[in-house]
Design a protein around this ligand. Structure first.
Ligand code: NAP
Length: 286
């Protein structure tokens, strides 16, 4: 009896991408499964781009999974192939979280939530500013633009090496978004209350730009989506220049929470234990 009840309660979820072995999502979700004493599992599924459509449609045929996370290179395909997508995924054109609802695969993107929740936790009041500067115009930038726009911030300046990509995002996300090349940084940083790096600059010891953060408003906060290393060259510069900083690891942790709730029924909390666990894994693989 106990066994069949456990089978009934058991739920499984996945993360799929290619490659997938470096994903930290299994550490996060299996930590929460253990913490809340839930039967079930969260597993990595390595799926190549050509096989993704078949993997995705098989999910509807009653396999073990309630849903899962989707990462590079499948985020756009997941959004397109889902039976339903919410407004967030629809606008971003990319999904990172899917679940079965009434037999239909439903998709969202939890990166905007993760970005906002991290700042809410680490630097409450961050949104009380009239101007934001976002460096970068790739996939991660879209989520950040959507998140800050939806918090009602008036002026959002997207600055990118390839200015045409920033322009595409300004066209997509509306009149409050302004596109610039890198040369505009000193000007648009004047008086801004939030600076976000969404480029891959500074990742894994790579080069970063030298920036004068003192042009930002004195109570501004600087955050970086890159979280390996935890203190990126940009965060170090901002700190040395007297600005508040928030690292990007919290975004990774917070974006995981809505999916866990969809699959396993409990809204998990992001706390220091989880953060320490992921940092320990980062140190093991440094
Ligand atoms: P992406 O789509 O490849 O975009 C990369 C961006 O970086 C583009 O704007 C690109 O500019 C810029 N860039 C790259 N090299 C540059 C250089 N040498 N000089 C100036 N700009 C440069 O990547 P993504 O998916 O947006 O991810 C960006 C970063 O965010 C990655 O490090 C990723 O790990 C991180 N991320 C973190 C989280 C989190 O939860 N913390 C979530 C998502 C992503 P061009 O357009 O000119 O090429």
């Amino acid at each position: 009896m106990a066994d069949s009840r456990e089978t009934e309660l058991r739920r499984d979820a996945f993360v799929t991408g290619w490659p997938i072995k470096h994903s930290r999502s299994p550490i996060i979700h299996n930590h929460w499964l253990a913490r809340y004493g839930l039967p079930g599992s969260y597993r990595a599924e390595a799926v190549q781009a050509d096989d993704f459509a078949a993997f995705f449609s098989a999910l509807k045929e009653g396999g073990p999974y309630r849903g899962g996370n989707v990462t590079i290179p499948h985020k756009e395909a997941a959004c397109r192939l889902a039976d339903r997508r919410d407004d967030i995924a629809e606008e971003l054109g990319a999904a990172n979280t899917v679940w079965l609802e009434d037999g239909r695969l439903t998709a969202t993107n939890t990166d905007p939530f993760g970005f906002t929740a991290n700042l809410n936790q680490q630097h409450p009041g961050w949104e009380r500013t009239a101007r934001v500067v976002i460096l970068g115009a790739g996939g991660a930038s879209r989520a950040v633009i959507q998140a800050v726009r939806d918090r009602g911030i008036g002026e959002i300046h997207v600055v990118n090496r390839t200015v045409s990509r920033a322009r595409e995002l300004a066209d997509r996300f509306g009149a409050r978004i302004h596109a610039h090349g890198l040369e505009a940084l000193p000007e648009v940083m004047q008086g801004a209350g939030l600076f976000v790096n969404t480029t891959s600059l500074g990742m894994d010891g790579g080069e970063a730009m030298e920036l004068n953060f003192t042009a930002l408003s004195s109570n501004a906060v600087v955050t970086d989506l890159v979280y390996v290393p935890l203190v990126t060259p940009l965060l170090q510069q901002a700190h040395d220049q007297g600005l508040a900083t928030v690292d990007g690891l919290g975004m990774l942790l917070h974006q995981a929470a809505p999916g866990f709730e969809k699959w396993f029924g409990i809204r998990p909390s992001v706390d220091e234990d989880l953060r320490r666990l992921v940092i320990a894994d980062m140190e093991r693989h440094a």
